[in-house]
Design a protein around this ligand. Structure first.
Ligand code: ADQ
Length: 531
């Protein structure tokens, strides 16, 4: 029992802690670009030019649940990030329909106002009704390009029929983008490896469009890329863009190197530009970030503390320390390696068995592909075995949560976690690492981070350790669990400074600012004619 005499000082400490958190959160928010500032910048850079965003995944899908229709925000870095940009710019967003009630909620041209109930931008849905084409496309992006670009030793599948489907779907997207652009000058912002051929299609029909593509995953080195049977077409497709963005410089340099090995082109390494057939493509890096302020505000809200309490009670965690993982269930995220390291920790240090739990929030993804089904089974089995070995009574050693949590429901988990384990074998950026840091408004919590994520370039004060080295990863977990409060605070403060320095709106602003700086503004003509 806590003696009565101790109560006032404890309350005072809590109040001081909360005040400090509010102050740090206020400072963070002030430093960030706000959506209204992004909107002003966009208008300053581009006038009233129409912006068309295109991505494979739609930001919201409409689904039928218990007789009514609900809008669900998609999981995944890309969707959460671009929703903010679309809101700020009032764009048209072209994306593939994926919900079973999508058709019902769209007008007869496939358009629907977004976000649901707010009417800030237009979602233009594209339907790939031909089942074979839809499957072939999926296989090409997730069974060929994804493993090709992530060096995790999963063999990419090169199937001509899948490639044809990929070409067809890119053509369909180009049609929808052209319709959305109308006849006026427009800026097209293509997203990711799903749409690598789109720019070439668009360019052939509308040479005046300004086209930017952001590649959200790593670009492999030239040696890896050279085995692709359709490498020329993919590279030509990307070189039809005016500006090509990657998270980190290294991936951009890999791309330039690949072009120099595979095509005849003039490479200007100093300016980061490739000129081919009279057209120039700039290659730049724009590290992406989440909406840091939104996360910090939610994390500091008293309702989040109550939610943490509820989670602890529901999972019967007591006062055990929590190691958290939040990922799509993907073989690039190093989930089995994380479990191996955790097991090693509990084997070597039995004293931790009752004092720590691992919470894995692993949302199933790409479930139509056998590799992903196998991973889902392997992870579930592994978790069961660990619980047989180390669970006791009501308390499990590992909690596997596979439901697709709403973004706001994730925040209490970030707040609850003493240690965040980001163990990707290879990752373009990894937003989860930055989200965790953004949520640690009290400057506590420890981030264990794989050096093979783009985020590791910025988050230097995380405990960085290779997920391929299970021994060291296990040691890193122990280090994180036993770290001194001073060291923990010092590291987290440095991490928070980095994360607070830019958010998703800064990412978009920098990209769009370069559209102006590089003289790529839609409809403008520049001295010397062609750009
Ligand atoms: P992803 O591979 O999806 O993104 P990541 O950057 O970590 O990886 O983004 C995951 C996003 O989904 C985060 O915003 C996270 O909050 C959310 N999420 C994860 N699990 C969830 C769950 N169970 N429930 C709800 N939400 C969940 C790709 C690239 C990355 C790159 C991003 C953005 O692979 O390298 O950082 O795009 O460019």
């Amino acid at each position: 029992m806590v003696p009565d005499t101790e109560r006032p000082p404890r309350r005072l400490l809590h109040a001081l802690g909360r005040a400090a958190a509010r102050e740090s959160q206020r400072r963070d928010i002030e430093r960030q670009t706000r959506p209204d500032q992004l909107e002003r910048s966009v208008r300053e850079y581009l006038g009233r030019t129409r912006i068309v965003i295109a991505s494979n995944r739609e930001p919201y899908q409409h689904v039928r649940r218990n007789g009514s229709i609900r809008a669900i925000r998609s999981a995944g870095g890309l969707a959460s990030a671009l929703d903010s940009v679309a809101r700020a710019t009032g764009a048209v967003w072209v994306a593939q329909a994926s919900g079973d009630a999508d058709r019902e909620m769209a007008d007869d041209r496939g358009r629907v106002s977004m976000p649901p109930g707010q009417d800030r931008y237009t979602l233009q849905r594209v339907w790939i009704d031909d089942e074979e084409r839809a499957q072939g496309f999926n296989r090409f992006v997730n069974g060929c390009l994804w493993p090709l670009c992530h060096v995790v030793y999963v063999r990419p599948q090169f199937v001509a029929a899948h490639w044809r489907a990929y070409q067809e779907v890119n053509r369909m997207f180009a049609d929808a983008i052209l319709e959305a652009a109308g006849d006026e000058p427009a800026l097209v912002l293509l997203q990711d490896y799903h749409l690598a051929l789109c720019a070439a299609e668009l360019r052939a029909r509308r040479p005046d469009l300004t086209i930017v593509l952001f590649w959200h995953i790593p670009w492999p080195n030239a040696e890896v890329f050279r085995i692709v049977p359709w490498k020329r077409e993919i590279l030509e497709g990307l070189l039809a863009c005016d500006l090509l963005g990657f998270h980190i410089r290294y991936h951009g340099m890999n791309f330039i190197e690949t072009v120099s090995q595979e095509l005849e082109a003039l490479i200007d390494r100093e300016r980061g530009a490739v000129r081919r057939r009279g057209r120039r493509t700039f290659v730049r890096d724009y590290p992406i970030s989440p909406d840091v302020a939104e996360i910090a505000v939610t994390a500091a809200d008293p309702s989040t503390r109550a939610a943490v309490q509820r989670i602890r009670e529901r999972l019967a965690i007591g006062d055990a320390q929590v190691i958290l993982g939040v990922d799509r269930l993907d073989y690039t995220k190093g989930i089995p390696e994380r479990l191996d390291a955790y097991e090693l920790l509990l084997d070597r240090h039995p004293e931790w068995r009752d004092r720590v739990v691992m919470v894995l929030i692993a949302v199933p993804s790409r479930v139509d592909l056998p590799e992903y089904q196998a991973l889902g089974r392997a992870v579930a089995e592994r978790v069961e075995k660990l619980n047989e070995r180390f669970g006791s009574g009501q308390r499990q050693s590992v909690y596997l949560i596979t439901e697709n949590l709403d973004f706001r429901d994730l925040i209490p988990y970030y707040v609850m976690a003493d240690v965040m384990a980001v163990t990707s074998l290879h990752d373009g950026m990894n937003l989860v690492a930055k989200e965790y840091v953004a949520a640690r408004v009290h400057n506590d919590g420890v981030l264990v981070l794989s050096p093979y994520t783009g985020a590791s370039r910025e988050l230097e004060h995380a405990i960085q350790v290779s997920p391929f080295d299970v021994d060291r990863l296990s040691g890193a977990f122990r280090q994180a669990l036993t770290i001194s409060p001073d060291d923990r605070e010092r590291r987290m403060k440095s991490l928070r400074e980095v994360v607070a320095a830019q958010n998703i709106y800064d990412w978009a602003r920098k990209l769009l600012r370069d559209v102006r700086r590089l003289h790529l503004v839609p409809g403008a003509t520049w001295p010397g004619g062609r750009r």
